[in-house]
Write a protein that binds this ligand. Sequence first.
Ligand SMILES: [Fe+2]
Length: 430
Amino acid sequence: MTGPADLLKLKAHIAASYPDFEANVTKAWKEVIDELAVVTETISEQGANYLPQLEFADLSDLTEAQKTEIKSKGCVVIRNVIEDQQAITWRHGLQDFVAANPDVEGFPSEDKQFSQLFWTKPQIEARAHPNMLRVSTWLNQIYHYDGELARDGAVDLSEPLSYADRLRMRHPGVHWDIHPPHVDGGAIERWEDPSFRSVFKDIFEGNWKKHDPYDLRGRINAKSSLHNRVGQATIFRTFQGWLAISKTAPTEGTIQFFPNVIMSNVYIMLRPFFRPLVPADSPDILKAESWQYDISTPDFPGIIPRDSGYTGPRPTPDLHPHLRLEKTMISVPKVLPGDTVFWHCDMVHAVEAEHTGKEDSCVMYIPSVPLTPMNKSYIERQRDSFLKGIRPPDFPPGIKNEHEFIGMGSAVDILEPAGRRAMLLPVSVA
Ligand SMILES: [Fe+2]
């Protein structure tokens, strides 16, 4: 594991790697604090109205202004991707599956709601559904790359891949505080891995307004898991996402976002290089003059040692006061079965602690994954796990293998050519 001495060296290394680092980031830090004062005010005033929403049927007809808005906010609700009845049928299929297989592992163990399942028929069918793949393609194509990456078709944003993740069927009334505001897809790796760090080069050069979270350079070779931490995804997802298979509304255990991925990236990446000169509860904590450039400590606020590596970033009101998280974590508006929610891989997101509704809130996690060399190599290994009926490579083996459960899906359940290609299976069903 990387220890405090390594983290201190890492900070010094970054500071030495960019010309006039201290002067440039100090200027940027002040500007970012000013900008965040405006952005956070707007977010808290507008609430759910701030989150972009659109209909699946309108996907091809968006204006440039709508696309720009989705890009800067980093999240989008896309409605009616799947017909209601199909989504409800999948939910019933999952409920029946869990009932027929009481030994499926899940959390919390005494009343499982977050199930360690990857290869049930509803999941396989949902990932392979042409509309889900069409949405994935559209989201992947929000990103861009230069010609060199396109060589030999090694990167193709029009070819979506299927990443097998799990599902949630959350019961009403259960308090759930395991998902406070956080960013997935790499913790200390964001600073530590040279390719990952290059994604944030403009920020470290002080040109934070140029930061483009949709440039694939750097990202496609970024190592999001340098410390073999269990449960850390190793694939590159352009957007994480879920498909609702039940109604879920605010206060019913839905997802929340800090809806400005550009500003949260800039702030979180610069934060380790500054320390407050006043206590966290001081009325002056938000003032730029209350902060000072400092690389003399190994602190990376919000990066937390876990297992063999680190988890986070986990911004908190104390550690990241300018995000004003207590006012700016916005719950996604009510969704119905067949609606989807997607969020950029750098997005600060959380899951509501309370579910005060009357019914289970159910989603299948289905991210957008483009064809890149690193992703392809993962999906090849994932396909082998699928064919053997065992958990995908990013996840620890279960007490039972999935093929031992009653009613598990298999390759013959994927009929559409696009769905089979996304799993790197032969296009025709054998
Ligand atoms: Fe997450």
